[in-house]
Design a protein around this ligand. Sequence first.
Ligand SMILES: C[S@@+](CC[C@H](N)C(=O)[O-])C[C@H]1O[C@@H](n2cnc3c(N)ncnc32)[C@H](O)[C@@H]1O
Length: 360
Amino acid sequence: MSQEQAAATTAPHVQLREICIAHYRFQYLSTAFEFGLFALLSQRPGLARTEIAAGLGLAEQPARILLLGCTAFGMVRKDGDRYYNTELTQSLAHNLDQFPAVFIPFYQHITYRAMGWFGESLKANTNVGLKKEFGAASTNLYSRVAGDPVLEGAFHNAMGALSAHLSDEFVQTLDLSRYRHVLDIGGGTAVNAMNLVRRWPQLQITILDLPSVAKEANERVSAAGLGDRIRALGADALADAFPSGSFDCVLFAHFLEIWSTDRIRAVLRKAAEVVDAGAGIFIVTPFQDDDETGPQNAAELSAYFHAVASGEGMVYTPREFEAWMAEAGFESSGRTFVNNLVDHIVISGVRTDHAVQKDE
Ligand SMILES: C[S@@+](CC[C@H](N)C(=O)[O-])C[C@H]1O[C@@H](n2cnc3c(N)ncnc32)[C@H](O)[C@@H]1O
């Protein structure tokens, strides 16, 4: 029976209860992960409860509670008096800096705390979750995590692993054979840029990102021996003018959805101003279906952007992006859906010679 069929045949009150207790499930998973239970059971499968309690440094009763929950929720298997990882959790015992393990600290230390303020964030139309949990002066998560070792690690490790995972696939869908110099707005630590220049030998890429991120991007690029192909400039893409250069293509990868519709339209206009007619544009983004019915990851990320990350963005429909592109002077030329972990889309277009429209 598929998950959808199972859900359809499960009574509504059971489905509601599943939703209501989701936070308990996650806390068992996250706590067991952070205490090292899955790593311990991977090294020494078949430990008894007292041995696990000693291994994790827990008293007998807390260990019993942790193991009860992990067993009930399918995270460990109990056979007689002995405990084992399940298929679900064996992958959490290794490669802790990669997907999927790397996401557990991100959810635990960032989103679980802040999402308790979801309703307040919707009412106030800003990211109350970030301000309440991480400091009143915070305007967005990107500037807030800088300098806090736990938050910065949880955030950038998860984002870096996600970028690497997504980049491998979407980079294959971008046809950059016609272009020579790409302006990569919010290009992060150059994961995409390095993949792209390796694939397209004629290509130069200029990344524009916040100064601390640009510095790290340049260090990574140099270490990879790609300093003659990629350079990163530190700037605020929202407040500062875009650099002018010989760009014939602009890339926005996982950047526009962070922001409000007004900011997206302004940023697209700035992009149109620094390229000539015929230049390309690629927008890589999670998407909401044009009929606004899903998918679920659009709902998850929209809540995250609104209550935590920026307080103004959400996951938009491809149709909206195409309309904003047209308004800025880019004619859309195609959509490619990429289903790799997170549903996202590549929207491509070409700069027309139409005048850029102003805000109504
Ligand atoms: C979700 S990450 C995407 C990184 C990369 N493009 C990718 O696809 O993996 C968003 C990026 O936008 C950058 N960013 C956020 N606010 C910015 C701003 N005002 N100006 C420039 N970059 C910004 C962040 O530093 C981060 O690198």
